[in-house]
Write a protein that binds this ligand. Structure first.
Ligand SMILES: [Zn+2]
Length: 164
């Protein structure tokens, strides 16, 4: 079963690449050039799909889900498959370009800001705001008996006040 679905994903990826990527396509020119370098620096082959996904997801402050990434990138890249987006996001996380975290039941989101920070979820709009690490202090995390803490963050919920 596992082998079958993995094979299917490989096939989809091959199919979209063979359809979309042409050798003469100017992937490395203009605004994409820095993204191409960034992917290469992280050991990622910068295919046209990966560059398209990276241009959106590495610059957004929206904390999108995988489906939101897919919908956003697909508007300029109609052949992009959902499987490719999922695979690409997983690869970016694996290579340290993105962080993924679960904010609520079943809501996995992606965050290009990989340095430590906290999050505030506006319950009215659902928007996720970054909160600077220094703004919230959690004490004694390292001394928690019986647990080896590798990572933590504070997720706050409430209402964002209008900025004055
Ligand atoms: Zn964030």
């Amino acid at each position: 079963m596992r082998a079958t679905s993995a094979h299917l994903i490989d096939y989809v990826e091959f199919w979209t690449q063979s359809k979309v990527v042409k050798p003469e396509e100017p992937v490395e020119k203009g605004v994409g050039a820095d993204v191409v370098d960034l992917l290469r620096d992280h050991g990622i082959q910068p295919s046209a799909q990966r560059v398209a996904v990276a241009k959106y997801v590495l610059r957004t402050d929206e904390h999108p889900s995988a489906d939101q990434v897919w919908h956003n990138v697909r508007s300029g890249f109609p052949m992009l498959s959902r499987a490719t987006v999922y695979n690409t996001l997983n690869l970016f996380v694996e290579k340290g370009l993105l962080r993924e975290f679960i904010l609520a039941e079943g809501r996995l989101v992606y965050d290009p800001k990989t340095d430590p920070h906290h999050h505030f979820i506006d319950e009215g709009t659902g928007k996720i705001h970054d909160v600077p690490w220094e703004a919230v202090q959690v004490s004694d995390v390292a001394k928690l008996p019986g647990f080896a803490v590798r990572d933590y963050q504070v997720v706050m919920r409430g209402q964002k006040l209008p900025s004055s």
